[in-house]
Design a protein around this ligand. Structure first.
Ligand SMILES: [Zn+2]
Length: 89
């Protein structure tokens, strides 16, 4: 989980207040090839556990909120995985 500075907290983008973000595999690309094989591209992302909305970082000092995506680098690098190899001729 990204480190927050003093006076900052995670909040739900839908307005639920302070939350603890949960990590999940966000699939940003999914391609089904004619031969039936699937190419799934996922990356680790954070969401609010209450309503699966985005996570904001709220600063009590500056009274600003920043999208978590813009606040910190992704927790892990992007994974490009070919789930099943397709036969190519
Ligand atoms: Zn919420």
């Amino acid at each position: 989980m990204p480190q927050l500075k003093d006076g900052e907290e995670f909040i739900c983008d839908s307005g639920c207040g302070t939350i603890q973000p949960e990590q999940y595999d966000f699939e940003y690309s999914r391609e089904v090839l004619p031969d039936g094989s699937v190419i799934s591209k996922t990356e680790k992302a954070w969401r609010a556990p209450c309503c699966k909305a985005g996570v904001l970082v709220y600063s009590n000092r500056e009274e600003t909120s920043t999208r978590l995506d813009d606040y910190a680098a992704p927790a892990t690098s992007i994974r490009d995985e070919r789930l099943s190899a397709g036969a190519r001729s």
